[in-house]
Design a protein around this ligand. Structure first.
Ligand code: BGC
Length: 356
């Protein structure tokens, strides 16, 4: 099988801002900004590929950015202790300008998962590249984010697809579990261990219907982001019966023409197949021991590259709704390409399969 790792690494490095931010898709009208969700997985991929300097720069940028808003975050945390919720646009944003600016442009910003992803990615960075940079700012920023998540993890918020504001999403809870767990022994984050236990109980008691996990509490459909529960967050192991049943349902209902769509009712760009989610399914199978299915996912991804090796966010499938594809293409242009998160997940899957 062709390995195109250099393209993924080259595009990520080429587009990383010198100060450390990874813009989601620099040439796409809506994605020049740096999402914590995308960036955290890009940094993880770079660490897996041994490019620790790139990941270190990202983490240092996040720490500096978050600490810039420290007073603001402290005010929100204090309000939560009084039982008050911050105003909608006072919650930390899902994305920042690459210069660390908080863009007050009405984006559906209240998405907690990215902050969980960042804590998880930072812990992975420290595991994979120990003792590399001054940890003071990183520790302070991580503790601040940890206390913020302990205060707000149970608030309904937008999901990883920036939708469904009023729900509690299983994949978001998994992300918060993973992030807060990295700090559960930190004296600077009181209540972390209790929060981790409470999130685990919420996931296993309220996010399971008929023996498998659901998109959000009250919605029995599956969403491909449910893969995160096991891979990589390990809230439950890959072989857990509920996880397996969830993956089977994802494969039955969301895999179309070999690629993985987000959820059955998705209309964004007609509901196409996502590169990063197909990589995720492959990553799950590789970790669960089914390497031939993992290789099939990688082969599908390789077929989606353009002549320069660039990967988009999503590609149309035989089930794509043309009306919605037209709507979004007219509004925003063709699907974002290159999407750095797509390249990162392709890289992770390829590294996971290295040696095959
Ligand atoms: C996706 C998010 C992603 C953002 C930037 C949105 O369309 O739903 O998950 O973080 O694009 O890539």
């Amino acid at each position: 099988m062709t390995v195109a790792a250099p393209v993924d690494v080259r595009l990520i490095l080429e587009h990383q801002d010198p100060a450390g931010a990874y813009p989601a898709s620099p040439s796409f009208s809506q994605y020049p900004h740096a999402w914590l969700r995308d960036g955290s997985f890009v940094a993880y991929a770079m660490d897996r590929a041994g490019l620790h300097e790139s990941a270190a720069r990202f983490h240092t940028w996040v720490a500096r950015t978050v600490l810039r808003y420290e007073d603001h975050v402290e005010t929100s945390i204090t309000a939560s202790h009084r039982g008050e919720a911050p105003e909608e646009f006072d919650f930390l944003p899902a994305r920042f300008g690459v210069d660390g600016s908080w863009r007050r442009d009405g984006w559906p910003n209240f998405q907690l998962d990215g902050y969980g992803h960042w804590l998880w990615s930072l812990a992975e960075h420290r595991r994979l590249a120990p003792g590399r940079e001054d940890t003071h700012a990183l520790d302070r920023a991580a503790a601040l984010v940890g206390r913020y998540l302990v205060a707000f993890w149970h608030e309904p918020c937008y999901d990883a697809w920036e939708e469904y504001r009023s729900q509690l999403h299983t994949a978001t809870l998994a992300s918060l579990h993973a992030g807060i767990a990295t700090l559960q022994d930190a004296a600077s984050v009181p209540g972390a261990a209790d929060a981790v236990a409470a999130i685990h109980a919420t996931i296993t008691n309220e996010c399971v219907v008929a023996g498998r996990f659901v998109k959000h509490i009250g919605n029995p459909a599956v969403d491909a982001s449910l893969l995160w529960l096991a891979t990589p967050f390990g809230v439950l192991p890959e072989h857990d019966a509920r996880v397996r049943a969830t993956v089977e349902e994802i494969e039955r209902t969301l895999v179309v023409d070999g690629g993985v769509t987000r959820y059955a009712a998705d209309t964004f760009y007609g509901g196409g197949a996502w590169i990063l989610l197909t990589a995720w399914l492959g990553w799950y199978h590789a970790r669960a021991g089914d390497r031939s299915r993992a290789r099939a996912c990688l082969a599908w991804i390789e077929r989606q590259r353009d002549a320069d090796g660039a990967l988009p966010e999503q590609v149309p499938t035989s089930r794509t709704n043309e009306r919605f594809l037209r709507h979004w293409t007219t509004r925003w242009g063709a699907s974002a390409k290159p999407l750095l998160w797509s390249h990162a997940m392709a890289l992770v899957l390829r590294l996971e399969l290295a040696g095959d």
